[in-house]
Ligand binder design. Structure first.
Ligand code: PCA
Length: 199
């Protein structure tokens, strides 16, 4: 049996809940396609989140890694193409505000996702879910965690597919937030199942 490490994030900035947390908690332990899902929630902390991901990878020893993040305001499921070696943007949940520094001092400028992102988008759209590849995961925690995961597997020369998918807000979050597009929780969960089956 293959194992898939599926991660989500805690709430952050002005988002009082994070739908990725609910999706991951719901799918934890499920069998989807060839994979048993191990779900873990990461903090939104530039000094800790990447290390947390690596610790989970070393504990779970997964055959694939998919990290999920909320992209408040996006209206499609967007598998990310590339992570860049840069932390920048707003404060994290612990008050640290990055200033354009590198994530890994001597690391590559960018690392490409090793997930089948084209198949994911094509399977999602075939199933009736709006999706497209995103060419930027930003410079906040999602990009950070995607970069750390890809850099870990690159160093270890392991061929473990790894990468990141940004998702829109859930209806519940949109109601509480007031200014963002949203999907039903059920459709978000169905979409992530389709992405996992694309592996
Ligand atoms: N989204 C943020 C960090 C946590 C999350 O769910 C991001 O896009 O960087």
């Amino acid at each position: 049996m293959n194992t898939l490490l599926l991660t989500g994030f805690e709430p952050f900035l002005d988002f009082p809940l994070n739908p990725t947390m609910e999706i991951v908690n719901e799918l934890d332990g499920e069998l989807i396609g060839d994979y048993r899902i191990v779900g873990k929630i990461l903090t939104v902390d530039f000094s800790k989140s990447g290390d947390q991901l690596i610790r989970e990878i070393e504990t779970v020893n997964p055959d694939a890694v998919i990290s999920l993040g909320l992209a408040g305001g996006r209206f499609k499921i967007t598998p990310e193409r590339i992570a860049i070696n840069c932390n920048d943007g707003e404060e994290d949940n612990y008050g640290y505000k990055p200033d354009g520094e590198r994530i890994v001092e001597n690391g590559s400028d960018g690392l490409f996702s090793t997930l089948p992102i084209k198949d994911m988008v094509s399977n999602l759209t075939k199933a009736g879910f709006p999706a497209e590849i995103s060419n930027t995961a930003g410079t906040y925690l999602c990009n950070n965690v995607m970069y750390r995961g890809l850099s870990y597997f690159q160093k270890d020369q392991k061929s473990v597919p790894s990468g990141f998918i940004h998702i829109p807000a859930s209806h519940q979050l949109a109601v509480e937030h007031g200014k963002i597009a949203s999907w039903s929780h059920d459709d978000l969960v169905k979409s992530i199942r389709i992405c996992i089956k694309s592996l």
